[in-house]
Structures are given as structure tokens and as C-alpha cells.
Design a protein around this ligand. Sequence first.
Ligand SMILES: *[C@@H]1O[C@H](CO)[C@@H](O)[C@H](O)[C@H]1NC(C)=O
Ligand SMILES: *[C@@H]1O[C@H](CO)[C@@H](O)[C@H](O)[C@H]1NC(C)=O
Ligand SMILES: *[C@@H]1O[C@H](CO)[C@@H](O)[C@H](O)[C@H]1NC(C)=O
Ligand SMILES: *[C@@H]1O[C@H](CO)[C@@H](O)[C@H](O)[C@H]1NC(C)=O
Length: 416
Amino acid sequence: MAFSFALIAVVALMGTVHCQFGSILNECREKEMDIFFLLDSSTSIYVNDFMEQQQFVRDVINRLDINELYTRVGVLTFSDDYTRPALGLSRARSQAELLNSINDSNLPYRTGITNTHLALRYVRENNEFRPGVTKVMVVVTDGGSRQQGSTAREAQLAQDEGFYVFVVGVGQYRDESEWRAMASNPYDRFIFNVTEFRQLSYVATQLPTRACPLPPIFMGTCQVGQPADVIFVAGPANNDRAYDIIENFVDRTRDPRRFLSYTLLLDICQSSAGGIQPSEFASYCNRLNEPGVADESTLSDLVARMENAITINRRANFDARQVIVILMDVETFAYASYTTLRDFASLGNRSGIELVLVGMGMSNRDIDFARSRLIGNVFNVEDGLLEYQETVLRSITDKICEGINQSTPSIDIDAN
Ligand SMILES: *[C@@H]1O[C@H](CO)[C@@H](O)[C@H](O)[C@H]1NC(C)=O
Ligand SMILES: *[C@@H]1O[C@H](CO)[C@@H](O)[C@H](O)[C@H]1NC(C)=O
Ligand SMILES: *[C@@H]1O[C@H](CO)[C@@H](O)[C@H](O)[C@H]1NC(C)=O
Ligand SMILES: *[C@@H]1O[C@H](CO)[C@@H](O)[C@H](O)[C@H]1NC(C)=O
């Protein structure tokens, strides 16, 4: 008895120490992750135990790199329904702010039956999750949900949509079959079996170690079915933005057989960045290469570089389809004329290659001009965070994917 009391005291002390020093784990530093905690507060969970769940969430938060760019945390409590509004992913911008908001007014002890499926569905459909980052749900529950079939189905849907699901099994009425119905595989990594709530402080040390190394689950909208070359070309003024848009396309594209090869004609990438895989992007586009400044010849230079890339890629891989994506910044487009746009369009015509133009913060007038002179495939990504522009990013991916998947091989540009 005395021994276990001492142990609790030590554990409590360690908890305090962690709070004070905010010891972010190394593997969690700069981790791009959206993690959502779903805390069971149904009648079968005692109120004191529920308070331990709040402390558990704080203890985990202390080990994460909380920041708008890196790890973001959402929390809700559920029983027959879930708390609304939940503590959303974008509510807190810092660790201190987040810790402060883990309190009874945001996360009330509810009591009631256990409608786990409603909470799972709410989180899955929550549109705050950022594409391309690791998405995690942590369900703290004793199991015993009211509708076991719906719970299992909702958990499966979440996994199908790219979520990792951890289950922290707790409480007096422990239903282990339901833990397994919810958790990702392998179970010994994704299920924590907690016989007493104070063991949650141990789980709080293990969970970040297991969650932070998880890569994002790739949920592309583009299934690549045949070899293709995708050529990205960008004007100089907004190369970093262009690079982010390219990465967003990569995140949405499922290409396990590596059918795609990429050519990046960006100033921040070495000019030899042709025929590469996404894993090589960083070594070619090391950002030490300074972007240039747009002038009258920028657009015609881009057309020339594109023609050159088409020819080189065609020699390397004759059967591959080719798709060209032009990432257009405002400064470069200021030099666009009827003639330069016609040069782009006629390149597409002559080669039979799908051209896609993606404006970056262009005005409506410029977009209309590009549409009327160039091609139908003109999109515009507004300034600001990409994560709020799901619709246009998805359309861009679909259009590129359509070009990749077309069955007719393109006409050789050197044919005449
Ligand atoms: C709970 O957190 C909110 C921030 O989300 C804060 O405004 C409020 O004062 C906190 N309430 C308590 C009782 O600490
Ligand atoms: C959880 O722990 C209990 C007690 O140690 C054990 O009987 C049970 O098999 C464990 N369940 C799982 C799913 O690991
Ligand atoms: C592309 O082709 C693959 C394989 O043929 C197919 O599964 C996928 O649905 C196609 N995607 C699009 C967007 O056409
Ligand atoms: C491209 O081809 C279409 C029809 O094939 C034609 O109407 C259009 O004028 C051509 N555009 C250019 C710029 O060559």
C-alpha cells in the first residue's frame, strides 16, 4: 500500500516536471500531424477516471511540437452525443494555449450511453484536417458502445480515409473485441491496454513515440495506371509556392509502381531535374538556387525549356504520356501577350500533350485572358494556406490525372 502510494507520488511528480519543461520528444519535433482525441465520458466511466483522461491529453500535448505548421490537436468528449463545438484542430496555436483549453468547460463530463460511432464520424468528416499530413485518432474508451456494428464500420471508414486509429482501452467494463474492431493494425502497436487509469501516464509517454514516426497515409485522388512524364514549369517569382503545389499533387497521387517520372523546371531546382521521383525532389530543389526575376523573355524561355524537356523525356521513355503543368506567378504573367500564350497553346497542339495552367493568386481578368487565349485547363490557386483550397487542388489533380491516364499515346513532337 505504502509502496503504491509512493509510486503514484513519483508518477505525479514526473508529470509536473514534464509540464514545466515542455519536453518535446525528438521524433515529434517539426512533425506535421493532426491528432484528434475522442474521450469516452459515458456513465460507465467514473468521473475521477474521466479527469485522468484530461490529464492524459495534457501529458501527450507536452511531448508534441504544437504549432500551426507542425502538430495540431483536437479533442472531444462523447457519450450519447459528442460535445459541440469540439475543441477543433485550428483553435489553439501554441502549446500553452492548448493546455489551457483542456478544461471542464471545453471537455465536460457528460454521462449517458456510448455512441462511439457518432464521434468517429464527426472527426472523420471534420474538414480541418490538412491533406498530406499524418492523421491520427486516439479513442479512449472502455468499449461497450451502443451500436457495435456502426462503431466498427465508422472506424474502418476512418482508416480507409487515411486515419491511424489508436485505442486506449480503459475502465470497469472493458470490451476488448471492440478495441480491436476500431484500432489500426498491428494491434500491439495501436491498442493500449490500461487496467488502471493512473497507467495513463505511462501511455502518455508511449503514444507520442508510436504516433510521431507514422508517415502520412497517402489518400490520393489520382490512381496512376500507366507510365507518364509530368513536367512542371514555373516562372521565377513564386517558386516556393509552386513547389508546395507540386508536393500537394504528389501527396494526392497514388503511384506504387512508380509509373510517373517528374521534371521540375523551376529556378530553385537544378536544371537537370528531369525524370526524377518525388523522393529526389529535395536533393534537386535545394533552395540554394536563387530564383531569377521575370522579364520579357521569361515566357518564351519557359516554352523553350518545355520543348526541350518534352524531347528529352520522349527519347528516354517513348511510350510515356506527357503532361505539362505551368505554374504561373503574377509577375511572370504580367509579360504574357497574345503571342506568348499562343506559343504555349500551339506547343500543346503540335505535341498532343495535355497542358494545364495553374495561376498562383492571379486576378480574374488574367485568368479570363489565359482561358480565352490558351486552353480550357486554367485554374487559380489563391494566396493563403493550401489546406483551405481543397476544391481547386482536387480539380487540378483530376485534370493532370486525366492527362496521365489518357489511352492514346501522344504524337512525337519531333515527328515532322
Ligand atoms: C477553458 O479554456 C478556454 C479556452 O479554450 C478558456 O477561455 C477558459 O477560461 C477555460 N476555462 C477554465 C475554467 O479554465
Ligand atoms: C489486457 O490486460 C489484461 C490484464 O493484464 C489481460 O487479461 C488482457 O488479455 C489484455 N488485453 C489485450 C487486448 O491485450
Ligand atoms: C487512371 O487509371 C487507373 C488504372 O487504369 C484507374 O484505376 C484510375 O481510376 C484512373 N484514374 C483517373 C482519374 O482516370
Ligand atoms: C489548336 O488546335 C485547334 C483545333 O485542333 C485549333 O482550333 C486551334 O486554333 C489551335 N490553336 C493553336 C494556338 O494552334
